[in-house]
Design a protein around this ligand. Sequence first.
Ligand SMILES: [Zn+2]
Ligand SMILES: [Zn+2]
Length: 730
Amino acid sequence: MTGRFAEGERVGVLTTEPLGRVLDYRAPEGGCGPGDYVVVPLGPRHVMGVVWGPGEGGFDAAKLRGVERVLDAAPMREEMRLFLARAADYTLTPLPAMLRLATRAPGLGDPPTVRRVYRASGHEPARLTGPRQRVLDALEAYGGAPVTLAELSAEAGVTGSVVKGLVKAGAILEEEAPRDLPYPPLDPGAAAVRLEGDQVAAAEALVAAVAADSYSTTLLKGVTGSGKTEVYLEAVAECLRRGRQALVLLPEIALTSEFLARVEARFGARPAEWHSGVTATERRRLWRMVSEGGAQFVAGARSALFLPFRDLGLIVVDEEHDTSYKQEEGALYNARDMAVLRASICGCPAVLASATPSLESWVNAAQGRYGRLDLGARFGAAELPEMHALDMRPEKLPANRWISEPLARSVEARIARGEQSLLFLNRRGYAPVTICRACGHQIGCDHCDARMVEHRFQKRLVCHQCGATKPMPEACPSCGVEGRMAPVGPGVERLAEEVGTRFPQARVAVLSSDLFGSARALKEQIAAIAEGGAEIIIGTQIVAKGHNFPLLTLVGVIDADLGLQGSDLRAAERTFQLVRQVAGRAGRAAGKRGVALVQTYQPEHPVIRAILGGDEEAFWRAEAEERRVAGMPPYGRLAGIILSSPDVGQVFEIGAELARADAPLRRIGAQVFGPAPAPIARVRGRHRVRLLVKAQKGAPLQAALAEWIGQVKLPANLRLAVDIDPQSFL
Ligand SMILES: [Zn+2]
Ligand SMILES: [Zn+2]
């Protein structure tokens, strides 16, 4: 490690500006050290950067500008700088873009100050108006945490004067507090742990991995309700006992109050949270506390991986197969793979937990690169739900109905017993297609090659690619005939309509990510359902993720074939994971064996049979073999290149030029396919073509890609994105 730099010495500073390289500056008065957060002049501006190392030289020392200020923040550790550099190399992302991910905290360099915060006093005001009630509700939603005036009035949707009025009335306390407070300490011995069966051995193995103080990756495989969370929380406990920090990554939507409550029950306090629903103030606090050791345990979405932990001792990636771990915009990275990278640099264990692991992790475990722990029996209850296929071929359903008679009867039986049913359909909105009955025209998006989806709840047609919306037209945009536009196929909203007709007395809840204004509203709805607030739940894939509904004993999969359409090699894996996850929601409560009914038109399909049959290992072996024969990941390597431009001729021209200049790729034995229109060929008015590069497993792919792309001069309005290990193989 390099030592400090004395005043005037040449230092290299990396900024978040898209320059692509480290710039030389003179160290300021008092000197600076590697990793210091600094402000430097850049042209006429002042930008934040990090001292990356000694200056490179080669620039006239007399013209060198000075570092203006060293910020009052713990320096970025060498481990973090190495992680960012390696992640940038792996994903072919410019280093400044990686640094941006690691500095996403507002007011990073501000000196510690106090701020005015508000808390409920516990006294009711004499006069309680609607707006005042909203303020008190908002405070309660923050669970006693102090909030700023701006946050509170925004959350309650009131002006600051309403809050001030409540302060005068004595219902709210106004206090000065240090801007960033440490998080409440967690006690690894707070609760007695009751593990049983193979949970005991699994927890012991993970505790030993933490105690070993060295890098390892373990796949923790367990069906829903097998006690995965309880088991990995024991590894967290060991990490806390050793005074080190733990990070648990969750798919954003799974970061529910349920998980937080389980942590609180185990450790006597909640973890620090990092996700898009966290206020700017909290983000800043967490960022600082993590770097100073004032946060022991962070639960967060994928970007939490870029937090400046002072002493990271464990990373858990829960639901490791989840596709939301792949960032699909800006820096394209898979948080699961980056978690393994960060663990290897920190020298700490990584735990990948899932009931239905990604094929990549399954193969890594099968080949011995990862350890593997299996949890068989369910926690509390001993069985998986009964799974049955409902063959839809003999069902003669009318055109606008999707619930078969056997499924409907099962739902009725649950209602009669006071239990819940979940109907799963992985399609948001009312209908996926709107067609003109006069001419057959289908309404598409004006900016993308996608059909628009009717959302009755919002009374609009919505493009699921770019988010564009328009009202449902009265007359057909193609032939002009009025009153003949008709919905085709079901979305969850339309399914809710059918349920309303079929079960008019039942209380119905629809869970779909677009129906809730905020993460908090969604969490509240989930909590209400868990307490019995609905008899029938209709949901998209958000219901597959980690919510526990104790009264739920029946899962109906409306269309199991949906994910099997198309020719993507991952289709089988995805469908298997999703349907198994959803089915696993049934009957988690002790003594109640759940039932999952899977509606399908192809009950003989190998994936459907694997879902029902339960021989998971055979399914993974067959999938792995298919990939191996095709030379596809994880047995080969892939990189996607997406070119996009408003000019369709230009993207194909540059794509073809790249394809021709493939010498650097051929040198490593890689092949390039394309250019071909991307799976969605036009998004937000930009035409997209895709090239796919396929290489053998050990080939030095990144270096060859960089050389290959570097040969072609790109026009200003053309964008090129490299996607290493793409999710889609098309
Ligand atoms: Zn028409
Ligand atoms: Zn669109």
